[in-house]
Design a protein around this ligand. Sequence first.
Ligand code: ATP
Length: 544
Amino acid sequence: MLRFLIQQSRGLLLAAAAGSVAHGICGVALIALISEALSASAEARSGMAVTFALLALGLMLTHIVASVLFERLSQHAHAELRRYVSGRVIAADYRNLESIGSARVQSALSEHSANVAAFFVTFPAILSNAVVVLGCLVYMLLLSWKIFLFAVALIGLGSFGYHLANLRAIRHLDRGAEEQDRLFGHFRSLTDGAKELRLHFGKRKVFREQVLGASIETVRSERALGMSIFVISASWANFLIYAFIGLVLFVLLGDASNQTRIMTGFALVFVYMVTPLEVLLLNIPRANLAKASATRIDEITAGMSDSEQAVSSAQAQPLQQLVLDHVEHRYYHEQSDDFFALGPVSFTFKPGEVVFLVGGNGSGKTTLAKLLVGLYPPERGQIVLNNQGVDDASRDQYRQLFSTVFSDFHLFDRLLHGGEAGADLDARGNRLIERLHLQHKVQVRNGAFTTQALSQGQRKRLALVVACLENRPFLVFDEWAADQDPVFKNVFYLEVLAELKAQGKTILVISHDDRYFHVADRLIRMENGQLSEDTVPQRPAQAA
Ligand SMILES: Nc1ncnc2c1ncn2[C@@H]1O[C@H](COP(=O)(O)OP(=O)(O)OP(=O)(O)O)[C@@H](O)[C@H]1O
């Protein structure tokens, strides 16, 4: 991921890196010039003034250029990551997305992306300070090669220790990143489970302390431990620098010739080098945090396979016949190590038919609906539309046939009907809203609902409005009427379904309302993943 981002903005990154390197070079050159000026004659010193001014100016300009470019890169990387992850989520096979879960996706989109983007702010600090440290070493080489060799040996020793600590620290940062994904799930429970948490003291206590609290604590401790190891190893490296300064000044430099010049040079370089070195050592952990987050994003998006070919238009082909031919689907339950198996299911849908799918809780009705509308590809068997088998290449096109209201439907703020004229869409939407007795509560204005602050049953009516506006040949309602009052159950089963049927729509209604089963043209029953056909009752099972 990090490599992809770096490659993608290679030109800008190279320019920014060149700016950082130039900044480091200007800094070292300036310090070397100051060192030379301190031991130079008055005449020679005056000749250095212009160079000094140019270098100081260069230092400022290169800093501005590098910082502005890297800030732009960081924002670009953040936006790019958000686009990339959300693009992968949109393209991912639905079943994959279900098993990845929303918490991990949220975590990738927010904190992991922010960590990766921060790399582009820490990178220039690493680069320019690395250049300063290297430049200082080169200047030392010019002053005394023996001391330079000693410095290199010490840096080697320091780096080895730093690397060993690094490996340990990264393990903790990785564990922290993993736990953070779970933490985002708990954050969701904070709002989704707000009612339950307020109503039950015990539940709230256990959730706050043992679930959310424990997760926050794990993220804190793993990250703190990882970063502490980095800080300790950075301090160790820092100590080595002062040990080096002490050894050079008080032991190694004793019998060197031209001592004053070398002494001044070393003193200046050391003092100048300590801060860049500290900044360097402290920024490397941040770069590692970015790396851990990038790996996490890679892992999350790797689980999102996009085996299907996406369509470019929502145009559905006319429905002549839809056949489920021995289709099967299985859910694997990890905790109990068993499967829920649906099928083999065979059934033929004809245009204009109202089919009721009934059966007990957990018998597989919603799963069959998801298979039918192409959200799950059949594990065995196939779906045949108008005598043509549906495969990965045609499944996205096939899905454009359906409008659905699942029991966990989502209502978007906007109608999201690409291409349709605004005023016409508003008028059609408002007619349907009136038909569903919601005109005093909500309107469609500029392609969006004026409010969503409605009861669950009212929101479901809006979902029905959206499904009808889509005007597709096949509608699937998963227990749509479950939240409706008796009057509206009547409207839905006796009027809405009849109108849709009259328009030639094929409709699958998942229902537990047995007193309306007579409305169906065909009645199918799901029992433990197996489908059978029942006789449609002639009259209401109960008097209305
Ligand atoms: N996302 C999932 N992951 C794993 N197993 C699942 C998943 N969704 C459903 N199942 C399993 O599949 C079975 C059938 O679920 P499904 O939602 O299709 O039932 P249903 O007939 O629609 O039930 P209900 O009337 O309660 O809505 C369940 O018993 C459950 O064990």
